[in-house]
Design a protein around this ligand. Sequence first.
Ligand SMILES: CCCCCCCCCC(=O)SCCNC(=O)CCNC(=O)[C@H](O)C(C)(C)COP(=O)(O)OP(=O)(O)OC[C@H]1O[C@@H](n2cnc3c(N)ncnc32)[C@H](O)[C@@H]1OP(=O)(O)O
Length: 264
Amino acid sequence: MLRHGLQMARGLCQLLSDKFSVGLHRNIMKHLLPINATGHAWSPLRNIRAVTQMAPWPFSSSQPRDYSLPNASWSAEMQRLYDQYSSMCEVETEGSEKKKGAWRRLPSYNRTLKYATGGRCLSRMLQAKARLFTRNIEEQGAGFEYVVFINKEEKTCVCVFQAGHLLEGPPGHVHGGAIATIIDSVTGTHATYISGPVMTANLTINYRSPIPLGSVVLVHSALDKVEGRKTFISCQVTSSDGAKLHTEATGLFVSINVSHLFGA
Ligand SMILES: CCCCCCCCCC(=O)SCCNC(=O)CCNC(=O)[C@H](O)C(C)(C)COP(=O)(O)OP(=O)(O)OC[C@H]1O[C@@H](n2cnc3c(N)ncnc32)[C@H](O)[C@@H]1OP(=O)(O)O
C-alpha cells in the first residue's frame, strides 16, 4: 500500500515539480505525513496542514493506473501523436539524470487526492467511490482517451484526445458537454501547472465545427496572462493535422486556498 501510494504521489508531483524545482515529492510527503515541515518554496498542498493538521494517508490503496499511457483502444493516429510528443519529452537516463526535452507527459489517474474532501464534505462511502469525471468509464476507448503534454519553455499544453462512442451528442459526433469537459480538464491542468491550486471561474466556448465520434483531435492550451489570482488561458481544438478548427475557448482560473473547498 505504501509503495503504491508513493507511486501515485510522485506522479502527481510531476505536474508541478518543474515550477517548484526543489524535489516537490519530498515536500508533499512533508505535508501529508506527520513530520515537521521545514522552510521551503510554496507547495500546492501547504494549506492542507492548516485544514487537517495531520492529514490521513491520502492515496488509494489500490494499484494506481496511469490512464495517460497507451492502451489497446488507441487508434494508430492516437498512438502516432503520442509517440511524436513522447519523443520530444525529457527522459530519465541511467543514474536518474534527466535528458533535457521541452515537453513532459503528465500522468493521469482516476482518483483525486482524498484530501480534497477529507471526509468532511462527503460520506465515507461516497468518498470511497468518487472518481475523476474524465476517467470513470471502465471500458477502454469508450469515453475520454487522452494524454496531456506540457511544454515547460513555451508554457503551453497539448492534449491528444480520442473521443469514444459513449460521448455522442449529435448523431456520430461528440457531445458539446464532452468537448467542454476535455477543454476544462486541459486548461485547468495547465492553469494548475502555472499557478498552483485553481478553480475554473469562467469558460467561454465557441463550437466551430463538429468533432466526429472516434476521431483524434488536438487540444492546444496557451497561457495568455496571469493577473494576481487570475490565470487566463486560451484553447483551440483542432483536427490531428491542425488543418481544421473544431472549437475555440478561453478560460479564467482563480487561485484558491485549499480551505476554499471546505467552505472556510
Ligand atoms: C491537477 C489538477 C487537474 C485538474 C483538472 C480539472 C479541472 C477542472 C476544473 C473545474 O472544473 S473547477 C469546478 C468548476 N468551478 C467551480 O465550481 C468554481 C465555483 N466558483 C468559486 O468557487 C468561486 O467563485 C471562485 C473560486 C472562482 C472565485 O471566488 P473567490 O471568492 O475566491 O474570488 P473572487 O470572487 O474574490 O474573485 C477573484 C477575482 O476573480 C474575478 N472573478 C471571479 N469569478 C469570475 C468570473 N466568473 N468571471 C470573471 N471574473 C471573475 C473577480 O472579479 C476577482 O477579480 P479582481 O481580483 O480583479 O477583483
